[in-house]
Design a protein around this ligand. Structure first.
Ligand code: NAI
Ligand code: 15L
Length: 268
């Protein structure tokens, strides 16, 4: 197996539960971590319950780890204070612990919300500047730049996987473009972990959907070739009016409803 011990953070989350079943072939020991309950450790598993914001606990959790799939943290918009501890302090703690323990490879679960304010009429690639659509998206931009700093300074290699929408099915027109099947997610992680040299790479995580906003040519060295497509859901997606419609954020921005959604945290 390629790794002795592989760490998955966010193991109690939606994607964490899926990945727990799928990553075992890559490591003799899979260490699972989350704030939440992960049940009993199975064969070849270790469970470490830990708050990512707790630096000492993260340092301990990272001991003996060869590579990290960093999926833990707040996964939608929230208050700055909550995002600060889970995503900003938490991701810093992961990188600093990686540096201290000599961990060489991290896959960071970034998000399309790092670039969510681009209009859907524009195709972008990894060199287009970030354009976060939320405090959540901003924390993913921080994580991506933190990864760049730790590569330039300490040689820790990261693939920042800007996941689109990785759910079992598609339920709105935007997701026809952002859908990333679980199989394609696993493949993106596999190539991100196993490609010999990745440096600091930004990879957009979408399946082979008919309509694409994200150009992955700058990550061609990873050889990520998604097999699935959102077309299988087309009949089931309620589409109304013209698409994109001029007044609908879900239809107009890469980030969909995160753009202008709910309160702008921080305002009284
Ligand atoms: P989720 O919210 O279901 O899982 C996140 C997990 O992180 C939860 O189990 C939660 O307990 C844990 N967590 C939160 N704060 C923590 C802390 N301070 N310390 C330790 N654990 C903490 O989210 P999901 O959908 O599984 O996403 C996983 C990752 O992928 C997240 O980082 C998310 O931002 C990213 N992502 C997911 C997308 C998707 O389509 N599901 C799209 C883009 C990014
Ligand atoms: C994300 O970053 C979220 O974690 C996920 O819950 C979805 O909202 C996804 O983006 C999306 O844009 O569909």
């Amino acid at each position: 197996k390629p790794f002795n011990r592989l760490l998955l953070t966010g193991a109690a989350g939606g994607l964490g539960k899926v990945l727990r079943q799928r990553i075992a072939p890559w490591a003799w020991i899979v260490r699972l971590s989350d704030l939440g309950d992960m049940g009993q450790a199975g064969e070849g598993e270790e469970i470490v319950r830990c708050d990512l914001a707790d630096k000492a606990a993260v340092l301990k959790m990272m001991e003996g780890v060869d590579a990290v799939l960093h999926f833990g943290g707040i996964s939608t918009e929230n208050t700055f204070e909550n995002i600060l501890s889970a995503n900003i302090q938490g991701t810093y703690n992961i990188y600093e612990a990686a540096h201290r323990h000599g961990v060489r490879r991290i896959v960071f679960a970034s998000s399309n919300h790092a670039i969510g304010f681009y209009p859907q009429t524009q195709v972008i690639d990894a060199d287009d500047p970030p354009r976060p659509d939320s405090l959540y998206g901003l924390s993913k931009v921080f994580g991506e730049q933190l990864a760049r700093y730790y590569f330039d300074r300490a040689g820790i290699e990261t693939v920042c996987l800007r996941i689109g929408s990785s759910f079992p099915s598609v339920d709105n027109p935007r997701m026809m473009c952002t859908y990333l099947s679980h199989d394609d997610l696993v493949e993106a992680l596999r190539v991100s972990l196993l490609t010999p040299r990745v440096g600091h790479t930004i990879l957009f995580g979408a399946s082979n959907n008919q309509r694409q906003w994200w150009d992955n040519r700058k990550a061609a060295h990873l050889g990520f070739h998604p097999k699935d497509s959102s077309e299988q859901f087309r009949g089931a997606v309620p589409e109304s009016g013209t698409y994109p419609s001029p007044d609908d954020a879900v239809a107009n921005y890469h980030g969909g409803k995160f753009v202008f959604d709910g309160p702008m945290y921080g305002e009284p």
